[in-house]
Design a binder for this molecule. Structure first.
Ligand SMILES: NC(=O)c1ccc[n+]([C@@H]2O[C@H](COP(=O)([O-])OP(=O)(O)OC[C@H]3O[C@@H](n4cnc5c(N)ncnc54)[C@H](OP(=O)(O)O)[C@@H]3O)[C@@H](O)[C@H]2O)c1
Length: 292
């Protein structure tokens, strides 16, 4: 570690993505690393490896002022507090600016603009706007849907021989959470000082028919797509026990898929990390085929 390396901070460092970003920064010997979290007691393993662990809660602005002191580049991982996180993220952005952070990186969503049917897109869009209104440099990482999220659906499709979908022929540029972590770690450790928005995606966009074909290839049995209307899909999820607002949130992703908002593929993962992103087929086989 040399003196001219920047001080890097990762928020949400005890979450899946945050933990992995910190691990990757350690592997890359990327400089002084600060892991910020609501649960410092969960990060004893990082502290033993030289990571500075600080308490930070986006609901508590005073904790952020302390946590962000002396930081050059900061990764804000979007929280899971749907409905209240725009205020949380705005607290983090303002605290970063006040602390003199030079570059902020934020995990957003592809096509977050006001026209997106995705019910959680406005929180990302609002956060992007709050960042753009500061004087800091920034990198917006517009993550597509995690490939990890599709594994449950693939597994059910294999079990049932049917894949229910309200996505029409729409495609999604699924990206693994691992590739999102690699992209975030690379953006944090880079010396880019300007302002940019990058779509973080897998190498190809897949329809639900493509997923059914993959399920069939993995299982060696036929898997057919059963097309659903959006409302029927919502009713099905409610019938299976999901609260209606949650079912509507999931269905809003299907509506966005139908309308092409998630049909986004870019070369940003390769450009940031020097390695291509993983294909859904390879990820699914590793997750679902025992001997793979
Ligand atoms: N692209 C996709 O398909 C997709 C799917 C799921 C989620 N996401 C988004 O990506 C984020 C990271 O994904 P993940 O897989 O790592 O999710 P996760 O394991 O559920 O992590 C949730 C994250 O939210 C943070 N958090 C919650 N409340 C907070 C608060 N008050 N202050 C600061 N941080 C808070 C947690 O940090 P600490 O517990 O360490 O404080 C943790 O990093 C999620 O939070 C969500 O916004 C994207």
């Amino acid at each position: 570690m040399s003196n001219n390396q920047p001080t890097l901070l990762v928020t949400g460092a005890s979450g899946h993505l945050g933990r992995r970003v910190v691990e990757l920064l350690l592997e890359a010997n990327a400089g002084t690393i600060i892991a910020a979290t609501r649960h410092p007691e969960k990060l004893g393993d990082f502290a033993k490896k030289g990571v500075i662990v600080r308490h930070a809660d986006f609901n508590d602005p005073a904790s952020l002022t302390q946590a962000f002191a002396g930081v050059d580049r900061l990764l804000i991982i979007s929280t899971d507090a749907l409905g209240t996180r725009l205020q949380q993220h705005t607290n983090a952005v303002h605290a970063a600016e006040q602390a003199g952070v030079k570059h902020v990186i934020y995990t957003s969503i592809v096509n977050p603009g006001p026209e997106s049917p995705i019910l959680l897109a406005p929180e990302h869009y609002g956060t992007e706007q709050a960042i753009a209104a500061t004087s800091m440099g920034y990198t917006l990482l517009r993550n597509n849907v995690y490939a990890d999220v599709a594994i449950g659906a693939l597994s059910r499709a294999i079990e049932m021989g049917q894949h229910f979908s309200a996505c029409g022929d729409g495609k999604i540029g699924y990206v693994t959470r691992e590739d999102c972590a690699r992209a975030a770690a690379a953006a944090l450790a880079s010396n880019f000082e300007g302002r940019r928005a990058l779509d973080i995606t897998g190498p190809e966009a897949l329809s639900q028919g493509d997923l059914a074909a993959l399920a069939s290839e993995i299982s060696g049995k036929p898997v057919t797509v059963v097309p659903l209307e959006l409302e029927a899909s919502i009713q099905g999820m409610v019938g299976a026990g999901l609260p209606r607002p949650v079912a509507e949130l999931y269905a809003s992703f299907d509506a966005a898929t139908q309308q092409g908002y998630l049909n986004v593929v870019s070369s940003a993962v390769q450009e940031l990390t020097g390695q291509p992103p993983m294909r859904m087929a390879d990820f699914a086989k590793a997750a679902l085929v025992p001997s793979h």
